[in-house]
Design a protein around this ligand. Structure first.
Ligand code: AMP
Ligand code: DBH
Length: 543
């Protein structure tokens, strides 16, 4: 992989991370083979929606066979493959097949629509795209038809499930296993997505070595072992349920992954009872919902030992309710697909668990809290979080200009988070400096949505900011100035316009407000700070 595509760790750091035992020369493909050899009969994947249970031996064999079929279709080492699958067993068959080939899954989310998928396909020059035919009332085949018409380089679309339409069924791909050259541990394993703060999403290159370290470290901290049963509630491709400690943590430890088809308690609670689930991970709005529902659910949740909550700030009041309601230990997790993941520890005092977002996985995670001039602040002061370490990327994929801004000259990632360090070394997330809205764990880059609104012929200017929401934490408000003389529009017209441009539903503004002008700062720049506080004071609901 050339340096411009994926910046790597300088040799001295790589050497240090290897000699410290963080990078152990493992790969995902080999890891699954080792587990399948050690305990072929143990259950790896439970997919309740289709009533399937795959043992380690079966998953291993399926990955081999699918890899062979994909290779026969020309998918080769280093190729990018956009994977957009819901929480179904095939997700693991596909990603482990790609890991074995050394082709890179690009982890799209089920919520992504034409604009995002087309961008991923074009930007990564993907050779294939994998979908489930229909899911959650949405037809991904139609999406694939639209994308393929516009992206000629996309050679294959594979469809998991019964009706592939005009595309090739995933079921038709597997072939007799073939000998494949193993990828190197420091090769890229996949491209993960960033919530981002710019016009287009950025892609995060992760290697086998670095990601496996974060998974192994997470397992230790969350006490994941061969008896663990992880319920995957959030979209499987997201970094949090994938690796913190997530499905890959459970598989690494030889435990079991149960795929939750829907995140609500009415689906999840019976599964926890039936499969004796021991841990799961949720975003704060779901954690609130589960806590409320647990009291009179009538389901036996006693197997649940650990609930991880992260992706957005979990309020102290909500955090305090977890243990009494669900009878398990709360672990707050503050992570990012770029790398750094912090956890409260299982044996931290309850006060630390409910009031902090944890501390880093690794003794080699370097944390700096700095002011606007990158000067270090004293412990306890609130400032920008910069980080560098054995599983934090040194740059986004193919984004040299952006990297110059998102990383310091000596390789620290500018997280865009505003934090404070407690005397115990725990981090408290106090806010955000990046131009992003965190809608209950779903990240929205303001600029991306603004650009789409600006494409409307009646719109002169647009600013998207977050406003408080009791359930999501934050929701989006678009302030829009119409062109002079343009027809009057209703807020729904802007929302519909954004949706019809093929953007994921969670990026459609929750509220649209038409204004005459934007507040300005002293030097005449538009003040998002003032817009945010205006939004905080006017939160009527509207269609
Ligand atoms: P991404 O870079 O898209 O993977 O999103 C990671 C970002 O999510 C972090 O930089 C934080 O802004 C936010 N985040 C994740 N977990 C938490 C948490 N527990 N509390 C507050 N913010 C969080
Ligand atoms: O929000 C995130 O991206 C996130 C949250 C918790 C994450 O990537 C993670 C844990 O690994």
């Amino acid at each position: 992989m050339s340096g411009s595509q994926a910046p790597v760790w300088p040799a001295a750091f790589a050497e240090r991370y290897r000699s410290a035992g963080h990078w152990r020369g493992e790969t995902f493909g080999r890891m699954l083979r080792d587990r399948a050899t050690a305990h072929p009969g143990r259950t790896a994947i439970v997919d309740p929606a289709s009533d399937r249970r795959w043992s380690y031996g079966e998953l291993d064999d399926r990955a081999d066979r699918l890899a062979a079929g994909l290779v026969a279709r020309g998918i080769a080492k280093g190729d990018r493959v956009v994977v957009q699958l819901p929480n179904i067993a095939e997700f693991f068959e596909v990603v482990f097949a790609l890991f074995r080939i050394g082709a890179l899954p690009v982890f799209a989310l089920p919520a992504h629509r034409e604009t995002e998928i087309r961008y991923f396909c074009e930007f990564t020059e993907a050779t294939a795209y994998v979908i489930a035919g229909e899911h959650g009332g949405y037809d991904y085949r139609e999406l694939a038809t639209a994308v393929r018409a516009k992206v000629p380089g996309l050679r294959h679309v594979f469809v998991a499930g019964p009706d592939a339409g005009e595309f090739e069924p995933l079921d038709a791909v597997p072939a007799e296993p073939v000998e494949l050259a193993e990828p190197a541990p420091d090769d890229l394993a996949f491209l993960q997505l960033s919530g981002g703060s710019t016009g287009v999403p950025k892609l995060i290159p992760r290697t086998h070595d670095d990601y496996l370290y974060s998974v192994r470290g997470s397992n230790e901290i969350c006490a994941v072992d061969e008896h663990s049963v992880y319920l995957c509630v959030l979209p499987a491709a997201h970094n949090f349920p994938l690796s913190s400690p997530g499905t890959l943590g459970a598989l690494y430890a030889g435990g079991t992954v149960v795929l939750c088809p829907q995140p609500g308690p009415e689906v999840a609670f019976p599964l926890i009872e039936r499969e004796r689930v021991t841990l799961t991970g949720l975003v704060p709005p779901l954690a609130l919902l589960w806590t409320e529902a647990a009291a009179d659910s009538g389901h036996d949740l006693s197997s649940l030992q650990v609930l991880l909550v992260g992706g957005a700030k979990f309020s102290e009041q909500a955090a305090r309710r977890v243990r009494p309601a669900l009878g398990c230990t709360l672990q707050q997790v503050f992570g990012m697909a770029e790398g750094l993941v912090n956890y409260t520890r299982l044996d931290d005092p309850e006060e630390v668990i409910v009031t902090t977002q944890g501390r880093p996985i690794s003794p080699d995670d370097e944390i700096r809290v700095v002011d606007d001039e990158d000067e270090d602040l004293p412990v306890g002061a609130t400032g920008h979080l910069l980080t560098r370490g054995p599983y934090t990327i040194r740059g986004y994929w193919n984004a040299p200009e952006h990297n110059a801004r998102s990383f310091t000259a000596d390789g620290f990632y500018r997280t865009g988070d505003i934090v404070r360090l407690t005397p115990t070394g725990h981090l408290v997330v106090e806010g955000r400096a990046k131009d992003q809205i965190n809608r209950g764990g779903e990240k929205i880059a303001a600029e991306e949505v603004e650009n789409h609104i600006l494409a409307h012929p009646s719109v002169h200017d647009a600013n998207v900011v977050g406003e408080p929401d009791p359930y999501l934490g934050e929701r989006t408000c678009a302030y829009v100035i119409l062109r002079t003389g343009a027809e009057r529009l209703k807020p729904v017209a802007i929302k519909r316009f954004v949706r019809e441009r093929g953007l994921a539903g969670y990026k459609v503004p929750d509220r649209v407000e038409f204004v005459e002008s934007f507040p300005q700062t002293g030097v005449g720049k538009i003040s998002k700070k003032h817009l945010r506080s205006a939004a905080a004071h006017t939160v009527p609901t509207q269609p």
